[in-house]
Design a protein. Structure first.
Ligand SMILES: Cc1cc2nc3c(=O)[nH]c(=O)nc-3n(C[C@H](O)[C@H](O)[C@H](O)COP(=O)(O)OP(=O)(O)OC[C@H]3O[C@@H](n4cnc5c(N)ncnc54)[C@H](O)[C@@H]3O)c2cc1C
Lengths: 414, 1006
């Protein structure tokens, strides 16, 4: 793989960039792989990457029905934080956040991780107490966060209205090493690195069947034919229920549309990410200058990647309360993704009732931030059958009632 | 130069002059101008800078597709960035400034990027800026952010207002060109209710420019036809027509969003600035026209290079000539019209460069007859000039760009053909077909967006549907109108479409690159996306690097991600991509079309609901009294509740302490009206409540109350409250303040989805009552003084209730206590609330009565060890964790959550359970602190063994008290735990019983 650098770009400039090679290969599937990963979203690709990197398992195919990164990985609002409340969550999200810190260098691909800081606003007494609790927990979990007062919030976010008539800002939970990253670059960087390790990233290859023999997976049927494997990872977010069905088991997952929108680009006016959970909306400014805005998920299940407009309305309304100046910006584009929600709003990283089949799903509205950590743990789970990062997230927890409920700490989890 | 002509200008009123400023310079225009036409009239072609390379940018288009002419407009509370000059109507006093440059539009240091553009190809930032690591956040990113972004950020609160409309119509027609008018007419003739909307300020659309002089409908000139049909429609009672209203988005189930700009063109007028329409239409017709495509040749971004249609729009509509000498470059007949119009207006057209070897049809002959030279099979090799076109170099279209000729000029009018506006069709899933003949995507009528019935609910009409000439447009629109009416359940009139004439055009030649074999140097200067600076070479680079999906290319190069959302660039870009990949254009496909069609204001989206009315504040009947008596307000759900009643000179904390002591020693008054009150009624009410509560409710006797717990299906405690049985069939369930709506919905959900055959109704009567808790050892004395019903312990024992009167007020009294004191919760009619409260206060003064707030309530309940939903519970706690086993019926076969509570983790003896906590030194434990055990877990986190759920200073005990959940806590009485604070200190607390005050309950049961 040719290394990317300013020097390489300069050299190529002299010949009008005619010498750049493909970022990833576009192979036809082989007959058989040690491991097949279904879904070339961030989680699928990161899982493959760490299978190779940590465990030397490189005879791997990643099968993608559309274009890689085209699911939620390429549709999300890219908030990265690890100020979660419950131990298992804090562990995997903080591992993930710390991997984001060096991802550009690890992948030799600039994913533009921008640890600009994330504030979650407290706008009710209940939220104040909730975030004080999270700050206590985070300190013991090795996650650096801080509960801050309204003056500090205003200092960090000059455009905020802290004295709103309806929900004045009472304080906030501040994580200074949280932030954002460029979502496409994460998928592309991993795809390039996987391809470089000799793995096959196969796009436009939809899995239509999961073949089993005596309770064990032997391969998949795809739009590009039959492919055999020893182990199979299902990492398809909103379509997890569909794939589980193909494998003959059911999942406690509901798929709903989550939407986001951007404004037209303006010059920098907000340097941090702000989440306002009471009013239900959050906002950051992209490096292009667009205000990136998101809110809550639709209340009904569906698979169309669209949502209902009234959610956009509620979100924008909430954010105008929080940031009055955005009233005079315009919405450029709205879109939606199908997110996979579990009952306790925590992910599933688990073995399944089918031997050799593993599943990684349930990241719902907030899994972009988890991509490297999830891949790191999931690879271990597939390679060794267990991982401290993933064990708490097994499917069994629903049977045992061992929920990992994060809604406790924040109404909106992104 | 660009200038105002003495002829043409059908939209402007030359009798009046209005003044405006651009970058501080005063300029003049006429009513009817757009900001863009007025700028051109003042020879201001250079209007902005591009996004990435900061290249000079001029006006390219005349409508919504304009990518360049974006300006900052207004000042202070009416400032707005990124206003599109081509769709901004001029008004007197308008102030505009150009964007994205420093220090000035003419001299922008950012332009350095342009000379370095070779080093900054598509996606270069993914390959660079990685080392050293810390530089991204502190050096590279701030630099990139500062040079990106377009307009300035508004600073002030918006001074304008906005509103929402809801409209229901049989047929919605979007677009008021000839197609939209004809479709609306055909639909309305059936009697159907029609709403017709047009984004601009005039009816008739392109035909008013393009076909006025040459063609007829029903033997009348086109402008006459438009005038007549507009008048006919306006006279029809079943038709509503709106100008300045854009179809913004099409959503599932025939829901359409439209955006009306009421006052943008008259900012001093009263009323809302924008109005957002939420329209439910049985059928929607999009007659949204088409957008001309630029041509990709080197230097096609130099100011002065414009769309051919825009050039003639400026002449015909506004009497403005973009240039004195305009070269035309085209691959189709349409652009000849521009040449003819310019020539007839007395302007110079030195050359028409037609890429087609055979040239065009009748229009070409007409142009030639006017003496215009036409070069066939030729292309523009390069446009020269930096801030304005100075000349073009001409080459063979078939070659690599070897220059054959040069022509001096100050404008270039280009046309690469037309693309139907299919956005609204596509928003909700309408599919597209590739039309080889016209080299364009058009709607696939067999695959429309479908509604619940499976039938399509959108159809397209006119050129938006791919009908290319006037006769076809009118006929298509007529049929669309009739078909929509029929689909909406009406009988269309038997009628034929008006007969129109048509131009006979020669075929277009698809030209995606000019010249066909352009060398790299030329391709690297051939712009696809003018705003985002995406060149032909960028798309080719993306293809080479494996970004084969059109979505990948878009994201890698930022093609089509500008504020015009690719209206000009997308088709050209994907043709280049297809070519690079060696596949036909339809195999590449388009990117997804997403709402809105053009950007709409956030203000309009939010509508009226802002400030105080953002969400309605709910007020109890005594709200104003509280406010006048020192209430320190706390938002609870949508309510405001007094946290404490603070006296002058007193701190909030001191007020709380006073309230606790006063209530425990004499008497306190709490406004409990916000607590949820749900009536559950019907023969199956008892059975229903047995399923909802963990307790047995069906055995409750009328006249009695019972404290009940509600769990989710997963077993977690979700709400609590006192249930009173009113009569055999009727229960009144109290919920928490925040829980009323949620629990009401929860009950309805179960009744509607699971137990729909049970005879039970639920009604939320929370706001029908004012409820006051009279609390303290002197409570009974006060009620007896007021007189009325018997409130003695014998008549009204603890956990009983009775109807009666007190002090003349009809009321219902519940003997329940959340404080551990003798307590009566008294409900009166909401309208009696304030008078009743006044009566209590007045009569109570001799007993030392004082009102108290929520914090006092919290402390008193904590002293008694009563749990609080949201404090002791957080969605992960089951009643068994809280020592509430006594409230869980063992006799019932089932209740919501029962099965879940039998799961292994729920019955684990190691669960965290409720205890009391006493700091060793009497101080107050920090809220939310965790207790730590020895060591760390597998992920390196400190082992946690418990946490603080409620913590207060108790004035009654004179020390800090807390409740907490601790790993098998009740078995560990007396153990001292360590709680590290976030302040660096470690707090020590002993595990004790959670009941700190009156453990025998002697005080409440008197
Ligand atoms: C609007 C929105 C905003 C969000 N904001 C945030 C945020 O700010 N922060 C955050 O952390 N998270 C956020 N999220 C959540 C985050 O995007 C997701 O949790 C995360 O991207 C999921 O990644 P993934 O790899 O699991 O799924 P995806 O990226 O969806 O990848 C799954 C892939 O599986 C493929 N696939 C499906 N079925 C098949 C099949 N049969 N065969 C082959 N391939 C198949 C799909 O095509 C897809 O590419 C947001 C999500 C949305 C929709």
């Amino acid at each position: 793989m040719r290394r990317y650098s300013a020097f390489a770009v300069a050299r190529e400039a002299l010949r009008y960039h005619s010498g750049w090679e493909r970022a990833w290969a576009s192979p036809e599937p082989k007959k058989k792989y040690d491991v097949i990963i279904i879904g070339a979203g961030g989680h699928g690709l990161a899982t493959a990457f760490y299978l190779g990197k940590r465990f030397g398992i490189k005879n791997v195919a990643i099968l993608e029905k559309g274009w890689l990164g085209g699911g939620n990985t390429g549709r999300n609002t890219t908030i990265i934080r690890s100020n979660y409340l419950q131990d298992p969550s804090a562990a995997i999200y903080e591992k993930s956040r710390s991997l984001y810190e060096t991802m550009s260098q690890d992948l030799n691909y600039n994913v533009m991780f921008s640890p600009r800081g994330v504030i979650m606003l407290a706008q009710t007494h209940h939220e104040v107490r909730g975030y004080q609790r999270t700050a206590h927990a985070n300190a013991l979990q090795g996650v650096k966060t801080e509960y801050i007062g309204p003056e500090r919030v205003k200092e960090l976010v000059p455009i905020i209205n802290i004295n709103g008539p309806r929900y004045p800002v009472l304080g906030g939970l501040w994580q200074d090493r949280g932030g954002t990253a460029r979502h496409d670059a994460v998928a592309w960087g991993y795809a390039r690195a996987c391809s470089d390790m000799g793995m096959d990233v196969i796009q436009k290859c939809e899995v239509t069947g999961i073949r089993r023999e005596s309770g064990r997976v032997v391969g998949v049927s795809t739009s590009k034919g039959e492919i055999d494997c020893d182990k199979l990872g299902i990492v398809v977010a909103g379509h997890s229920g569909v794939l589980a069905d193909l494998a003959g088991f059911r999942l406690p997952i509901e798929s709903v549309a989550l939407q986001a929108l951007v404004s037209e680009p303006i010059k920098p006016c907000m340097d941090v990410v702000v989440m306002a959970n009471t009013v239900h909306g959050y906002m950051s400014q992209s490096d292009k200058g667009e205000m990136v805005i998101g809110g809550g998920a639709d209340g009904y299940n569906n698979y169309t990647q669209r949502g209902s407009f009234h959610h956009i309305e509620e979100t924008v309304r909430a954010l105008i309360e929080t940031f009055p100046m955005i009233s005079r910006l315009k919405m450029l584009r709205q879109w939606g993704g199908i997110v996979d929600m579990t009952g306790d709003r925590s992910p599933i990283l688990s073995k399944t009732p089918v031997d050799g089949v593993f599943i990684n799903c349930g990241w719902g509205t907030g899994g972009f931030k988890a991509i490297p950590g999830s891949g790191y743990g999931m690879a271990e789970l597939i390679a060794k059958g267990s991982s401290p990062l993933t064990d708490a997230f097994s499917l069994n927890r629903f049977k045992e009632g061992r929920f990992i409920d994060e809604s406790v700490a924040a109404g909106v989890a992104h | 130069m660009s200038t105002r002509l003495s002829t043409h200008g059908r939209l402007i009123d030359r009798s009046q002059t209005i003044k405006f400023t651009f970058n501080g310079k005063w300029m003049r225009g006429h009513p009817g101008d757009t900001l863009a036409s007025a700028l051109l009239a003042n020879d201001q072609m250079l209007v902005g800078r591009s996004f990435k390379y900061h290249r000079p940018r001029g006006i390219v288009a005349s409508g919504a597709e304009e990518p360049n002419a974006l300006v900052n407009m207004g000042k202070g509370p009416t400032f707005e960035p990124n206003q599109r000059a081509t769709t901004t109507e001029l008004f007197d006093g308008l102030t505009a400034t150009s964007q994205n440059h420093w220090p000035s539009l003419e001299f922008d240091v950012g332009e350095i990027n342009a000379s370095l553009s070779r080093f900054l190809p598509a996606g270069f930032y993914y390959k660079t800026f990685m080392y050293p690591r810390a530089f991204w956040k502190h050096v590279y990113e701030p630099f990139i952010r500062q040079s990106a972004g377009l307009g300035q950020a508004p600073k002030d609160r918006d001074a304008d207002t906005y509103e929402h409309f809801y409209a229901f119509t049989d047929i919605l027609v979007i677009g008021g060109g000839v197609a939209g008018l004809q479709a609306a007419k055909a639909a309305a003739d059936s009697g159907a209710k029609v709403l017709l909307v047009e984004q601009s300020s005039a009816w008739g659309g392109r035909a008013m420019v393009d076909q006025v002089d040459s063609e007829t409908v029903n033997d009348t000139p086109v402008d006459k036809f438009v005038e007549e049909i507009t008048a006919e429609l306006a006279a029809m009672p079943n038709v509503t027509m709106r100008l300045r209203m854009m179809g913004a988005g099409v959503y599932d189930h025939g829901y359409v969003l439209a955006y009306e700009r009421l006052n943008d063109h008259q900012p001093d007028a009263d009323g809302p600035r924008h109005r957002l329409w939420r329209i439910r239409a049985k059928q929607t017709i999009t007659a949204t026209g088409a957008i001309e495509r630029p041509l990709s040749f080197a230097g096609n971004d130099v100011p002065g290079v414009m769309l051919a249609s825009a050039v003639r729009d400026y002449v015909v509509n506004f009497g403005v000539s973009p240039g004195d000498r305009t070269v035309i470059a085209t691959n189709n007949d349409d652009a000849y019209l521009t040449a003819i119009i310019l020539k007839k207006a007395g302007l110079d057209v030195p050359r028409i460069i037609d890429a087609r070897p055979e040239g065009g049809g009748a229009l070409m002959e007409e142009a030639k007859a006017l003496g215009i030279r036409v070069d066939l099979g030729r292309a523009i090799a390069k446009v020269k000039g930096s801030r304005r076109v100075t000349k073009v170099q001409i080459c063979n279209q078939a070659g690599e760009g070897g220059v054959l000729d040069e022509v001096a000029c100050d404008a270039v009018a280009m046309s690469g053909g037309w693309s139907p506006v299919v956005h609204l069709w596509s928003h909700c899933g309408g599919k597209l077909l590739w039309d080889e003949g016209h080299a364009m995507f058009r709607p696939d009528g067999d695959n429309p967006p479908r509604g619940a019935s499976g039938e399509g609910f959108v159809r397209c009409a006119g050129i938006a549907n791919g009908a290319m000439d006037l006769a076809a447009v009118i006929a298509d629109a007529h049929e669309a109108g009739k078909a929509a009416a029929k689909e909406a359940g009406f009988t269309p009139k038997r009628s034929k479409a008006p007969a129109a004439t048509s131009r006979a055009d020669a075929a277009l030649l698809p030209v995606w690159l000019m010249p066909q074999g352009a060398k790299t140097e030329l391709r690297a200067k051939s712009w696809l996306d003018f705003q985002n600076d995406v060149k032909v070479t960028d798309v080719q680079l993306a293809a080479r690097e494996g970004f084969e999906s059109v979505e990948h290319t878009k994201r890698y190069t930022t093609l089509g991600m500008a504020t015009d959302q690719g209206k000009l660039s997308n088709i050209n870009g994907l043709a280049i991509l297809s070519d690079a990949l060696g596949q036909p254009i339809p195999a590449t496909g388009t990117t997804t079309f997403r709402p809105p069609y053009t950007p709409i204001s956030m203000g309009a989206i939010a509508g009226e609901a802002r400030g105080e009315v953002f969400q309605p504040i709910r007020r109890t009947p005594m709200h104003d009294w509280h406010d006048a008596n020192g209430a320190d307000w706390e938002p609870v759900g949508h309510w405001r509740r007094p946290y404490a009643f603070v006296r002058p000179g007193e701190s909030v904390e001191a007020a709380v302490m006073r309230e606790v002591t006063n209530t425990r020693e004499s008497i306190g008054l709490l406004d409990a009206s916000t607590l949820g009150k749900l009536i559950v009624k019907g023969p199956d009410a008892g059975r229903f409540l047995d399923m909802l509560y963990t307790n047995m409710m069906s055995t409750l006797k009328p006249g009695r109350c019972r404290y009940g717990l509600m769990c989710t299906e997963n077993g977690f405690l979700t709400d609590d409250g006192v249930v009173a049985r009113i009569d055999e069939d009727t229960f009144l369930c109290h919920t928490t303040t925040g829980g009323a709506d949620r629990i009401h919905a929860h009950m309805e959900e179960w009744l509607q989805t699971e137990w729909w055959d049970w005879k039970v109704y639920v009604a939320n009567v929370t706001e029908q009552y004012a409820q006051v808790a009279v609390v303290g050892p002197k409570a009974r004395k006060l009620l007896e003084k007021l007189g009325g019903m018997d409130v003695s312990a014998d008549e009204l024992p603890f956990m009983g209730w009775a109807d009666g009167t007190i002090g003349g007020f009809a009321c219902r009294v519940y003997r329940i206590s959340f404080s551990g004191e003798l307590s009566f919760e008294i409900a009166v009619k909401a309208s009696d609330g304030q008078a009743f409260w006044d009566a209590l206060m007045e009569a109570g003064s001799e007993f030392g009565i004082q009102p108290y707030g929520t914090e006092c309530l919290h402390i008193m309940r904590a002293e008694k060890g009563f749990i609080m939903i949201g404090d002791e519970t957080d969605g992960t706690v089951i009643p068994q964790d809280l020592g509430l086993d006594w409230a869980i019926s063992k006799k019932k076969e089932d209740y919501l959550g029962k099965r879940a509570q039998e799961r292994s983790h729920m019955t684990d003896p190691n669960r965290w359970k409720l205890v009391g906590l006493e700091t060793v030194d009497g101080s107050v434990l920090p809220d939310g602190a965790y207790a730590v055990g020895p060591g760390k877990n597998a992920n390196g986190q400190r082992n946690m063994i418990g946490r603080v759920t409620s913590t207060y200073h108790s004035p009654t005990l004179g020390r800090g008290i807390a409740m907490g959940l601790v790993q098998h806590g009740p078995d560990r009485m007396g153990e001292v735990l360590e709680f590290p604070g976030t302040d660096g200190k470690t707090y020590k607390a002993k595990i004790v019983s959670p009941i700190f005050y009156d453990p025998e309950g002697e005080k409440q049961n008197v």
